[in-house]
Design a protein around this ligand. Structure first.
Ligand code: NAI
Length: 464
């Protein structure tokens, strides 16, 4: 008999789960209270990348003369860029709508509320109740809001607002040197805003391999971003040109002028409301608790993506959504957490997959390292003057690939090869013996694998 699946939430977790469930023959309802595409498409990954792409071209043109390109005048048209961002978002949201329709998924506009373990109410313009064999919660996350004196002042903003500012602010203090903070620091620095990043830890980008995090900080510092690590925003007050951010570092309070203060101190799983408490759905530290197949403590109810807090990344949410509905519909899902890459879309791009060197050290796993500077890679020299490196971490005994961390041109695409290597339990030798096209940045992956045993072709050997 045909099973019915209700998906609550239409972000990259929810809409992908809905399409996969429909492909597998289920009757699927998707309930969304806002726009299809969720945070990622509407106010997250996609609009950020649309803005960053134009800024990347702008930076390339600004530094064009050494590469034989003469540009008389180039400037950012901020309102044009904002329109472009919206055009991209609308087009992709429309695409999701079309895909759901083409797969026969019934979309309901409104808030999904669990009534019992097999019934969901849609609360909205046309309220109704829907029966379900299985329910997938894809509720997403919300920005963490800190309570500090001045936190309610206009000018204290969060990432969604930072993507659609009417004009470029003269100055911005960004609290939080995580992925959101760093991508937006790069964006606003490029368009002429004076940016200061305030990070409470000793280094920015805590989950990133620390060697790369240092390189990112140094690169952005060179471009004019100020970093205050081991620092804390204590208060925001009104100032002549917007706000004054009071930042405490090493026992001293600094007063920074900030037209905007952008809070980017993490996101919190949406794990309350929607009838979750009434049904007794278990949570742990504010996240919906799930097993390895993303089922909650109520076996026919799954929770995927940001709301289970496992990994707050759009592509992880999609993969979890697929796994959850495959499991519900009697298939054997395959979700390999260690193959989930993470990417930062600044220039040069940053991408990593698998374990970081810091993690290997902490877990006492014996490993070898291969590093290849992109100054030794022809295509990188052409594309970005050879800035960046590829680092491979391999098991000490069998040389299996444990982690790959990259900084350089287009590495957010290149990381897929590394993820595949981890998925296939490939070894250093298997990366080396896969022939990489010349000239491409991908050659540097094989070179980094050669570097594991100090055998690089296009870089001198380190002292033996
Ligand atoms: P995050 O967890 O990546 O970083 C938050 C940063 O704020 C950390 O460095 C933390 O130490 C710092 N922090 C926390 N409290 C602070 C305080 N009181 N003062 C100063 N610093 C403080 O969170 P973020 O950047 O807000 O991103 C949220 C989520 O969205 C993350 O899971 C991220 O992976 C995801 N995301 C992914 C993107 C991508 O894949 N390119 C882009 C944007 C977001």
């Amino acid at each position: 008999m045909q099973k019915t699946i209700i998906v609550i939430g239409g972000g990259p977790g929810g809409y992908v789960a809905a399409i996969r469930a429909a492909q597998l023959g289920a009757k699927v309802h998707l309930i969304e209270k806002g726009n299809l595409g969720g945070t990622c498409l509407n106010v997250g990954c996609i609009p950020t990348k649309a803005l960053l792409h134009t800024v990347e071209l702008y930076e390339a043109v600004k530094s064009a003369s050494p590469i034989g390109l003469k540009v008389e005048k180039c400037s950012i048209d901020w309102s044009g860029l904002q329109k472009h961002r919206q055009v991209v978002v609308d087009r992709l949201v429309g695409g999701v709508k079309g895909l759901l329709k083409a797969n026969g998924v019934e979309v309901h506009q409104g808030e999904g509320v669990l009534k019992d373990k097999n019934t969901v109410s849609v609360v909205g313009a046309a309220s109704k109740e829907l029966p379900a064999d299985y329910i997938v919660l894809a509720l997403g996350s919300s920005p963490v809001k800190l309570n500090f004196p001045g936190s309610e002042l206009p000018g204290v903003i969060y990432s969604a607002a930072a993507l659609s500012l009417e004009k470029i602010p003269a100055s911005m203090v960004i609290v939080g040197g995580g992925v959101i903070g760093i991508e937006l620091a790069a964006l606003y620095n490029s368009v002429g805003c004076k940016v200061t990043v305030v990070e409470m830890l000793p280094e920015i980008l805590p989950p990133v391999d620390s060697e790369l995090a240092i390189q990112v900080r140094e690169e952005l510092s060179q471009r004019g971003v100020t970093f205050m690590n081991e620092a804390k925003l204590t208060e925001a007050v009104r100032g002549q040109n917007g706000l004054i951010a009071k930042v405490e570092k090493a026992g001293k309070v600094h007063e920074l002028e900030a037209e905007k203060i952008l809070m980017a101190v993490g996101r919190r799983a949406n794990s309350t409301g929607a009838g979750l408490e009434k049904l007794g759905i278990a949570t742990e530290r504010g996240r919906i608790k799930v097993n390895s197949l993303f089922a909650t403590n109520i076996p026919n109810i799954y929770a995927i993506g940001d709301c289970n807090g496992e990994l707050m990344l759009a592509h992880a949410a999609s993969a979890q959504g697929v796994a959850a509905v495959e499991h519900a519909l009697g298939h054997e899902p395959a979700y390999y957490r260690q193959t989930v890459p993470s990417c930062i879309y600044i220039q040069p791009e940053v991408a990593g997959v698998g374990m970081t060197e810091d993690e290997l050290k902490k877990k006492n796993i014996p490993y070898k390292v291969g590093r290849f500077p992109l100054a030794g890679n022809g295509k990188s020299v052409i594309e970005n003057n050879g800035k960046g490196q590829i680092k491979i971490l391999a098991g000490a005994k069998y040389e299996e690939i444990l982690g790959v961390h990259m900084i350089g041109p287009r590495v957010t695409d290149l990381i897929a090869e590394a993820a595949m290597a981890i998925r296939l339990e490939a070894t250093v030798d298997e990366l080396i013996s896969t022939v990489h096209a010349h000239p491409t940045v991908s050659e540097a992956v094989a070179e980094a694998a050669l570097a594991v045993n100090n055998q690089t072709i296009h870089w001198p050997p380190t002292a033996r």
